[in-house]
Design a protein around this ligand. Sequence first.
Ligand SMILES: *Cc1c(COP(=O)(O)O)cnc(C)c1O
Length: 375
Amino acid sequence: MEHKEPPIYVTKPHLPDLEKVYPYIQRIWENGVLTNSGPFHQELESKLESTLDISHLRLCNNGTSAIMAALFTANLSGEVITTPYTFAATTHSIKLCGLTPVFADVEGDSFGLCPMAVERAITQQTSAILAVHVYGRPCNVEALKDIAEKYNLKLIYDASHAFGCEYQGRSLLSYGDYSTLSFHATKVFNTFEGGAVVSSNKECADRINLIKNFGISGEDMIPYLGFNGKMNEFSAAIGMLQLDEISLILSKRKQVAEWYDEELIGLEVVSVPKPIDGHVSNYSYYPIIMCGEAEGVRDRVVSFMCDKGVHPRKYFYPLMSNICQYKDLDSALKDRLPVANKLSNNVLCLPIYPSLTRPEVKRVCEALKGALNQK
Ligand SMILES: *Cc1c(COP(=O)(O)O)cnc(C)c1O
């Protein structure tokens, strides 16, 4: 009889020891401050700034409201050029802010927006670029900055995957006018739900604070259109505890990625994205791309693996330009997104999280290889 092993899911949220949580909860009860920039909130903001070596970080209640707060604060109109190769939150935020997303294709190596495609998509109505550091890999930040300056556009990065990543000797979050983070349960650093906006200057960060608090600036003044994007004290407390363990979290993820590298070496029908020069990764995801003879078999690979109790994720699929919300918008531009379409149809993210063991990695790879040998 084959022994049925427990399922391996694509991720498993990291949690601090429960005993460590109690004293933090106790402090919240003693303070009686539950939200609106309480003590843990303030402590977490400044600790994140020092840990990540950045300035002007403002906490939010999730990554989506962080994106929306950045879009509102940037005071945009008309069109925002963005990537279709992302999570729904990126594109939906643009639309929810009353702006029109315009898709441009991505690059095959970084998975980020292709600067040439961005430049081609610019019109009189364009007011910003919203790019995504996919899997924490840096976009072509220099070229995007040049384009943003040349056409006087705001440059915003959805850096939901990029917690702790560096590029060219500094935090990846320090590029662009704004970078947004998600601290959702599934991300590298989690506060159950949470997020943040990193602004390039203090004036913008001050405005983020107003926007995420209904646009209220003082007791009798509401000068901006805003919403409730505030992080609560419980999430901020959890964030403090998670931050204590972040180097361990990152080093365990790195170890898992190295095990995969070893297991997958020489597997010709699967391409593992190459490291980018000057990039310090957080190993937030382990994407592989089906190529050669395996091109187009991704969905069959997934169902085979799931039968073996291994649950990888098609991330990002479907492409935002192919879902009903945005399909029509993009019908004329279909031909401009060949790279994104091909990636989306062939990508698979393998399970990666700090507590994943060597034997489990082996099991994932055996399921993958078994799937690929299935003709
Ligand atoms: C997770 C994620 C978001 C949304 O973050 P939430 O905290 O879940 O709102 C946005 N963009 C990308 C690329 C993400 O992966």
